[in-house]
Ligand binder design. Structure first.
Ligand code: SF4
Ligand code: SF4
Length: 483
């Protein structure tokens, strides 16, 4: 008996990282962004307030006695103010996704990562979590000292308070998120009674944990390594896009000096090398090394540098919104703004406007009910009394209003063809009604169309109600006449 062959597997020797390569498993130095004030910081806070008032407040808004915005996945219905969207309306969701993608293209071509700097949930929640961190642990230096200090009762107290506040915000965010899918008032009562369903627990905790982890710990790592937008934005911006840039011609050679010193006589540029622009950067980069993938265009470095320039008595704008070409050719502001409106931006703007217009028009013309006609495949046609020919259909009427509605059916487009079954049906609010429908063709007309498939239309009319006019939808189908 021969012994089985064994292929020895040797562990690979540890490899030295190539120069210039970053291992994804390398531990990253923690970034301690310094707080900053200024006009762009104020805009960021305006966006934090607007987006969060919208996100936390919207589920509590009522409309006609129900939650104004509710995505009822169980019933497969979306309520958005006065609109009730049913599965057949998912085309609107697709249109919204197209509008979002075009908006991203447009704004990126226009002004780089405007979305990342001011409105992205990752930026907004990081801003909120950082605000809590600063209130509890202090600004950059104090936080660095606290982290380096040995554990003590005071340190434990601060850390515990910060964690408690973070967890509170994260859980409230998870709760608000689930409130878009389960009526938030029902969710609140369930919370008070401790009666969440397992799925509600799962989603509150999942979304809460994602918020806590992403805004509390992952922060700039999400923007640097996980966000797909960061990867493809370089394909969307060009040398005329507005980006945040350091004016190296004016700033270099950098170096410290006293406030009274004349930089020209010292052979220095305007940058006093205070490194404040690096200290405020939430992604921990140095904008003076040029535009980098990691820059989320938060403009914190502009604010702090403008402040430094003001204190030194130099003109502001050493770091500013500019473009590659404007920096290279030292264009004045007017020339820079003229180039911003270039063909690429105008094409995106045109496409975006057309899509928005089409979306708005189709929403305005949308019927508040939809009709599906399904032909009975079992019996295509059969002869009934007096030589008449009958075809059988199933009519499905989807009522997208929040009142029960009465519908009636008529047949159009073929002489001698009529509805031989019940032609009316009642459909409950936001419900679906089904009507078995028999159409009959008179014997004389059937004789002259033997062996033909006749086109016809079924007109379904929603009857008028107090305050609502009648409206109709016409669907095409066919009638089979046997040989
Ligand atoms: S904040 Fe301004 S002056 Fe200070 S290092 Fe940065 S670019 Fe230079
Ligand atoms: S480089 Fe400036 S704009 Fe870019 S992320 Fe850092 S602070 Fe924000």
């Amino acid at each position: 008996m021969t012994s089985p062959r064994v292929i020895p597997i040797q562990p690979a020797p540890p490899q030295e990282a190539e120069p210039g390569m970053v291992s994804l498993y390398a531990s990253q130095a923690k970034v301690y962004p310094r707080s900053v004030s200024g006009r762009f910081a104020r805009w960021r806070w305006v966006m934090v307030w607007l987006t969060q008032l919208f996100f936390y407040g919207l589920p509590w808004l009522n409309w006609n006695g129900r939650q104004a915005v509710l995505f009822d996945l169980g019933e497969r219905r979306f309520y958005i103010l006065g609109l009730v969207m049913q599965p057949q309306d998912f085309i609107y969701l697709a249109a919204l996704l197209v509008i979002s993608a075009l908006s991203l293209f447009f704004f990126t071509a226009l002004a780089g990562r405007l979305w990342c700097g001011y409105a992205c949930p990752q930026t907004v929640y990081t801003e909120i979590f950082l605000w809590i961190e600063r209130r509890v642990e202090g600004d950059r230096q104090a936080r660095m000292r606290l982290d380096a200090a040995p554990w003590s009762v005071a340190k434990l107290g601060r850390k515990a308070l910060k964690q408690a506040l973070w967890v509170g915000v994260a859980l409230f965010t998870g709760f608000s998120f689930v409130g878009y899918f389960t009526p938030i008032r029902v969710l609140s009562s369930e919370l008070a009674l401790g009666a969440f369903s397992p799925w509600e627990w799962f989603w509150v905790l999942f979304y809460g944990l994602a918020t806590y982890g992403n805004a509390g710990y992952m922060r700039e790592q999400i923007c640097k390594y996980m966000c797909p937008y960061a990867r493809f934005q370089s394909a969307l911006i060009d040398m005329d896009s507005l980006v945040i840039a350091y004016d190296a011609r004016r700033g270099e050679p950098r170096g410290s000096r006293s406030r009274k010193a004349d930089p020209a006589s010292l052979g220095l540029g305007s940058c006093i090398d205070c490194t404040l622009c690096v200290q405020v950067c939430p992604t921990g980069i140095d904008i003076r090394e040029g535009l980098q993938n990691e820059c989320i265009a938060c403009a914190a470095c502009i604010d702090v540098c403008d402040d430094v320039m003001g204190k030194m008595g130099y003109p502001t704008g050493l770091i500013r919104y500019s473009s590659g070409h404007a920096m290279e050719k030292q264009w004045p502001r007017a020339a820079l703004l003229r180039r911003v409106l270039r063909p690429r931006v105008l094409i995106y703007a045109g496409l975006l406007s057309l899509t928005c217009l089409g979306f708005a028009l189709s929403l305005l013309q949308r019927h508040d009910f939809a009709v599906n006609v399904i032909k009975d495949r079992g019996t295509l046609a059969r002869q009934v009394g007096h030589g008449n020919i009958e075809n059988v259909y199933r009519l499905q009427v989807i009522n997208s209003t929040e009142q029960a509605q009465q519908f009636k059916v008529e047949v159009l487009g073929q002489a001698g063809l009529s509805v031989a079954s019940e032609a009316g049906l009642s459909v409950p609010a936001t419900g679906i009604g089904t009507l078995p429908l028999r159409l009959e063709l008179e014997a004389g007309a059937a004789e002259s169309h033997r062996g033909q498939v006749l086109p016809l239309q079924l007109r379904v009319t929603r009857e008028a109600t107090p305050g609502e006019q009648a409206s109709s939808v016409t669907e095409k189908t066919t009638f089979v006449v046997p040989r």
